[in-house]
Design a protein around this ligand. Sequence first.
Ligand SMILES: NC(=O)c1ccc[n+]([C@@H]2O[C@H](COP(=O)([O-])OP(=O)(O)OC[C@H]3O[C@@H](n4cnc5c(N)ncnc54)[C@H](O)[C@@H]3O)[C@@H](O)[C@H]2O)c1
Length: 326
Amino acid sequence: MNILISGVAGFIGMHMVKAYEGHTIVGVDNLNPYYDLKLKEKRLEVIKTQPDFTFIKADVCDEASMENIFNSMSFDVVIHLAAQAGVRYSKKYPLEVFQSNTQGFMVIATLAQRFHVKTMVYASSSSVYGHLSEGPFQETMKVDQPSSVYALSKRVNELCAQTLSHQGMTKFIGCRFFSVIGPYGRPDMAYFKFSHLASLNQPITIYGDGSMKRDFTSVFDVCAMIQRLVEQSPSFEPHTIVNLGATHPVSVAHLIEQLESFLQMKMTKQYEEASSIEVPLTHADVSYCTSLIGEITLTPFEESLASFITWFKEDKPYAYLDPFID
Ligand SMILES: NC(=O)c1ccc[n+]([C@@H]2O[C@H](COP(=O)([O-])OP(=O)(O)OC[C@H]3O[C@@H](n4cnc5c(N)ncnc54)[C@H](O)[C@@H]3O)[C@@H](O)[C@H]2O)c1
């Protein structure tokens, strides 16, 4: 297949490129400096050696550049992962996040339709579920109260896909990712940030009392599920939204205990009040996903965290990356 993947210098994007080794891939990323660019460059070093992979530095909001890319090759599949992530960042820079995430989506989605791409997968987020304190979350639940501008931008993407799906032959698949974890992870996420700061003997900040729960999901499971969704997509409705989560939420306190045990150190903890944008729980129900792609073996949290830690100990990112500042 010919595949266009956006956000390839990002965490999930890099793993998605690796998962599709053997196919012809064009990867796009604007290499924005939201977190230390050295990590994005490192991920690119990993995937640039892959045969039939071409990297193009470009912004998905720039329609003319994207149109050139769609003109250069006929794509079977588009996987749109480029977005400004970070719930807390979206509180500080709401306009930037909203504009980038919604315009980027519309540019890619409308071009996918114009160029008759069969399947477009796009990244949504568990954050669209807002402040639910009881799980598991099902795709049929009402999601009209996003708690952050980031969540809002992802919900807008889903509504745009719903609208466009009636107007062309491209099948849209919106993937609601639940806290993805793995090697080369994202430095702004708690598992990475805590490991990074602790390795520099600096205190970690916990928002709330540590009881907040997240359904940490292996990046390898996420990529495998996306591949199976793409395979099955000819039989899908014009627009499908699915949860991609591990189904077993764990508390921030448990995450810290596990990190302390893997890293063999005690972390110095500071507590700050949780902001209204932090949701208390994420918890995926994946029965709809399995009805589409068949049974899936999901990696337990401890194993997903261990695969991150193995990379972290080997690569020692704390020695070359600036710690992420909220
Ligand atoms: N990692 C998670 O737990 C998680 C959870 C829910 C949703 N998501 C979504 O999944 C996608 C991938 O997330 P990730 O964790 O790999 O994040 P990431 O920040 O590591 O990767 C995103 C990449 O997109 C690029 N990018 C951002 N805006 C761009 C633009 N306008 N044009 C071109 N490139 C641009 C960035 O430079 C970055 O390399 C994002 O859409 C994110 O919102 C991730």
